[in-house]
Design a protein around this ligand. Structure first.
Ligand SMILES: [Zn+2]
Ligand SMILES: [Zn+2]
Length: 282
């Protein structure tokens, strides 16, 4: 069979990567940043037995390594392997740590804390004892970042993941996500009456968010903030009072209809979200 037409089961693909020489080949191609010939690659990987080297290289070709015009390079799947190694989701086990963030609680001005445990971040106010957000975060993302960068990094990570899920794409498996209004969820924030939940119909990954975080990227909301001097592309969602206060109300039960008032400097926008997750702004 042609090496370019190989198809593997998930366990075959994972076991293929469970070998130092093969990971070494992938890392060498990534570090080279240009296609390498067989002998260049062989020299750089540093395996003296060329039969062994050839054997391992051939296992990767057509899957995690591409052979083109007599040279070797990384295809998308190879970069994904590098991405998984760098983000450290599978290779590092960060110890439980608490970071004090340079970000005040909107309720009491105390600095928010982020607890990191088992690859999950929980942002909370230690005084109000209110949890702001909980989300998965790869341990490799802490590398080369100061604690000052964490509030923005966490917030952008969370916002972008949620945005992918609301756009119908699962970040975990790239499958299709389906959203709905929910009044009960194990992911519910404290005291929330209603929220939105997105579930991947392939891997079953979940994302739960408040109504406020769901409407945050609607053009009318972005423009309303912009008119009040707030660039939502820059502003942290954890500093938006109307969003943190989370006062979405159910105004009709069957079908469900939710209303939320967005208030900025005395001006108000009324936003409704129906059970099909359509957003209407008044
Ligand atoms: Zn507080
Ligand atoms: Zn998925």
């Amino acid at each position: 069979m042609d090496a370019d037409e190989r198809e593997l089961s998930p366990d075959e693909a994972f076991s293929l990567l469970g070998n130092d020489t093969r990971i070494g080949i992938i890392q060498t191609l990534w570090e080279a940043d240009e296609p390498l010939s067989f002998s260049e690659l062989h020299d750089r990987v540093g395996i003296s037995d060329s039969g062994q080297f050839n054997y391992h290289l051939n296992k990767l070709v057509g899957l995690f390594v591409r052979q083109k015009n007599g040279k070797y390079e990384l295809p998308f799947a190879g970069f994904r392997v590098i991405g998984a190694i760098l983000s450290g989701t599978y290779t590092q086990r960060a110890e439980s740590t608490t970071y004090e963030l340079d970000l005040p609680c909107i309720g009491c001005e105390t600095r928010l804390e982020a607890e990191y445990d088992e690859e999950m971040v929980t942002v909370r106010c230690p005084s109000c004892d209110v949890e702001r957000s909980t989300f998965g975060f790869p341990p490799g993302a802490f590398e080369e970042r100061d604690v000052d960068e964490l509030p923005r990094t966490f917030e952008r990570w969370l916002r972008n993941i949620f945005s992918m899920m609301t756009d119908g794409i699962c970040l975990n498996c790239s499958g299709r996500t389906v959203g709905s209004l929910v009044t009960e969820s194990e992911y519910f924030e404290q005291e929330a009456e209603i929220g939105v939940e997105f579930v991947c119909d392939r891997c079953n990954d979940h994302a739960f968010g408040s109504i406020g975080s769901y409407i945050l990227q609607h053009p009318a909301i972005v423009a309303f903030h912009y008119e009040h001097g707030i660039d939502l592309g820059e502003e942290s969602a954890w500093e938006l009072e109307w969003l943190i206060e989370n006062e979405a109300e159910i105004i009709a039960e069957k079908p469900l209809l939710v209303e939320l008032t967005v208030e900025l400097a005395g001006d108000e926008l009324t936003v409704r979200v129906d059970d099909g997750l359509s957003i209407e702004v008044e």
